[in-house]
Design a protein around this ligand. Structure first.
Ligand code: ZN
Length: 323
């Protein structure tokens, strides 16, 4: 934030308290605030154990800020797009080394939205006890303050625009790096599937050696209370708007496989520990974030319209939703 002075506005979206400790949840904005322009939001640290997501965002942000001292092309780009960062949404969880926040609530199970059909026991979200993982919070209660701050930020900075992307950084699932998109609460496809596939193809053309597995989250398991489903459904009310919430799931099992000693550390299961691996992870995903920023700024040039959009949507439905 010190480095970004003059280029970036910083504010406290909410404050989490524990005894005498106070943890600010920061919101950082750069670029052109004009609401007619596209925007992209970068989010991380929703799960306190998944530190690597926050690291990746701060690494990328530091790079942007350093370049603003000399890079004219970046200044031009930021005339066309708004950037919002919330790199650490659950600082209390990160401080106490838990997935949940300080009140034992999993922020990715806490939104007021119910899954259709059966969800996996506990993992899908439950209201049994905050001492068990994936706890949703008390039925009918307001969302946790971290989620309220996240929703306000998305509503104010992204959903006000005709085009926006959100990318939320997580780790811990599988051997591969994945990009998950809604829905999580139902097996039905979203209206903007065509845009997701266009974005995927654009990325593959631009960076053929970088591999992400694109999938709807519901392909793996359905959950209650997904915050991105909740926000997507709000955005969807206005048919003229496009809001694409993506979740980057960095595959941590590979880090563990290559260095099995990590299994014995709580952080080791979710984060790269060996230094060269950490550096590689930071570099690789910074490329993806940079791509998304540029894709948001230039969305007019790749978003399909009319019949080609319909064909793309049908292809995508066939790929993920017909078994
Ligand atoms: Zn996570």
């Amino acid at each position: 934030m010190e480095l970004g002075r003059g280029h970036m506005e910083a504010s406290v979206a909410c404050e989490v308290e524990s005894g005498n400790l106070r943890f600010p949840v920061y919101k950082l904005t750069l670029g052109n605030p004009d609401p007619t322009l596209p925007a992209i939001g970068f989010f991380g640290g929703i799960h306190g154990l998944e530190r690597i997501g926050t690291h990746v965002l701060l690494y990328f942000l530091r790079g942007l800020i350093s370049r603003l001292a000399w890079d004219k092309s970046l200044h031009h780009l930021l005339q066309d797009v708004r950037l919002v960062f919330m790199p650490l949404i659950n600082p209390g969880g990160m401080w106490q080394s838990t997935r949940s926040n300080l009140r034992g609530v999993d922020l990715m199970r806490n939104a007021p939205i119910e899954a259709e059909g059966r969800v996996p026991f506990l993992l899908g979200g439950h209201r049994i006890s905050p001492h068990l993982p994936w706890y949703r919070g008390v039925a009918g209660a307001e969302m946790e303050i971290e989620n309220q701050a996240l929703c306000r930020t998305v509503q104010d900075e992204l959903l006000t625009r005709s085009f926006s992307i959100a990318v939320d950084c997580h780790s811990g699932f599988g051997l591969r790096d994945r990009v998950w998109f809604p829905h999580a609460h139902t097996v039905h496809p979203i209206q903007h599937l065509a845009d997701i596939v266009s974005l995927e193809e654009l990325f593959k053309e631009t960076y053929p050696t970088n591999r992400y597995l694109f999938e709807p989250q519901s392909l793996h398991y359905r959950t209650h209370g997904d915050i991105w489903d909740y926000l997507y459904l709000q955005a969807e009310q206005d048919k003229k708007k496009t809001f694409l919430p993506l979740t980057l799931e960095m595959g941590s099992w590979l880090w563990v496989k290559k260095n099995p000693r990590q299994l014995f550390s709580r952080h080791g299961v979710f984060n790269p520990i060996v230094e060269h691996r950490l550096h590689r992870v930071l570099r690789r995903h910074a490329v993806w974030l940079d791509f998304l920023m540029r894709a948001a700024a230039g969305h007019d040039n790749w978003q399909l319209q009319g019949p080609s959009r319909l064909r793309m949507q049908e292809r995508a439905v066939a790929r993920w939703y017909r078994t």
